[in-house]
Design a protein around this ligand. Structure first.
Ligand SMILES: Nc1nc2c(c(=O)[nH]1)N[C@H]1C(S)=C(S)[C@@H](COP(=O)(O)O)O[C@H]1N2
Ligand SMILES: [Mo]
Length: 313
């Protein structure tokens, strides 16, 4: 089945009629199996008038927060479901306590942190970030968390450490997609060490002043706001310092479509759709221009000096 290009994100009523049309042709939701490309606007809050439920804060560009209902109801979490709205109900029983994160590899002080240690050791702060999904939509989310650098400093990377590898939990009991064998789980991600040490890179333990819900990656997930959303790996159980660029889930699945770096870049289209614009969930159906490095260019561009930003990487 030919995937629906993101340029066709449409207002709800048109979307519904298209869905009816596709159904009539015998296409089903299974078409979305083609990975991180199906844009599911079939969510009541998505693409509707601005509604941030009375919280009038904005990000530094003046963008209103995406409403809480959308943030916890419209999710990408392939271990649970390939659509957006089924994730939250399916993830309800995902066991998030007790929880430990093993930090190992090229470090002087390898350590396994219990979540209780994490809450004690690292002061949580709020960060309002834009999150841009590679599929062509974004949200504005008030995260709670702390810089990943604080945790890395504690374990002391050795001089040989060049990259950081992350791994999501695998729980066959509650994650229905694991057993289907469509993908190679665990979900994994990676950053270059300087990216991991950057102050914008956080480990998040909450949002909107509450602890994370399972669908958002409870109890702890990465948030890297200048990269496409899939880099922000959820429900982390392992962090490993390594000397080579690590294996990562989407890059391994489709290397021509999802680069290791995957910095948000409006000038480099995905092979199957443009990245020039996006829909901000909760801000109405109008597409807005996507910003270089998702609007964090000033803070992060120097890390990529010498790399050709017109190329896919
Ligand atoms: N383990 C895991 N982490 C993941 C994903 C996933 O499928 N599995 N999806 C990614 C994608 S594509 C996006 S856009 C964000 C979505 O985060 P949110 O649901 O909290 O908005 O999580 C990322 N982290
Ligand atoms: Mo995404």
């Amino acid at each position: 089945m030919k995937p629906i290009p993101s340029s066709e994100i449409t207002p709800e009523h048109i979307y519904r009629s298209r869905r009816k049309f596709l159904k009539a042709l015998g296409f089903t939701a299974a078409g979305t199996v083609l990975a991180a490309c199906g844009i599911d606007t079939d969510f009541p809050e998505a693409n509707q008038a601005e509604t941030n439920e009375g919280d009038l804060r904005t990000d530094e560009l003046g963008r209103a927060l995406t409403d809480y209902t959308s943030v916890i109801g419209y999710n990408n979490y392939y271990e649970f479901d390939l659509g957006k709205t089924a994730v939250a109900p399916l993830a309800r029983d995902f066991p998030v306590s007790p929880w430990t994160i093993e930090v190992s590899g090229l470090v002087n002080n390898p350590r396994t942190f219990a979540m209780e240690d994490i809450y004690q050791l690292f002061e949580e702060e709020e960060r309002i970030y834009r999150m841009r999904c590679v599929e062509g939509w974004s949200m504005v989310i008030p995260w709670l968390g702390f810089p990943l650098s604080k945790l890395l400093e504690m374990v002391e990377p050795t001089v040989d450490a060049k990259y950081v590898y992350f791994e999501t939990a695998v729980d066959e009991e509650t994650m229905p997609v694991i057993k289907r064998g469509l993908f190679q789980f665990p979900y994994t991600e990676g950053l270059r060490l300087d990216e991991a040490m950057h102050d914008l890179t956080i480990l998040s333990t909450g949002l909107y002043g509450e602890r994370l819900m399972p669908q958002n990656g409870a109890p702890i997930r990465l948030v890297v706001p200048w990269k496409y959303g899939f880099k922000s790996i959820k429900s982390i159980v392992k962090i490993k310092l390594v000397d080579r660029q690590p294996y990562t889930f989407w890059n391994n699945y489709a290397p021509q479509e999802y680069g290791f770096y995957s910095n948000v870049n409006p000038d480099v289209p995905h092979p199957r759709w443009s990245q020039a614009t996006e829909v901000i969930i909760g801000h109405g159906p109008k597409r807005v221009p996507t910003l270089m490095f998702n609007g964090y260019e000033e803070e992060v561009a120097s890390m990529y000096a010498g790399m050709d930003l017109t190329k896919f990487f």
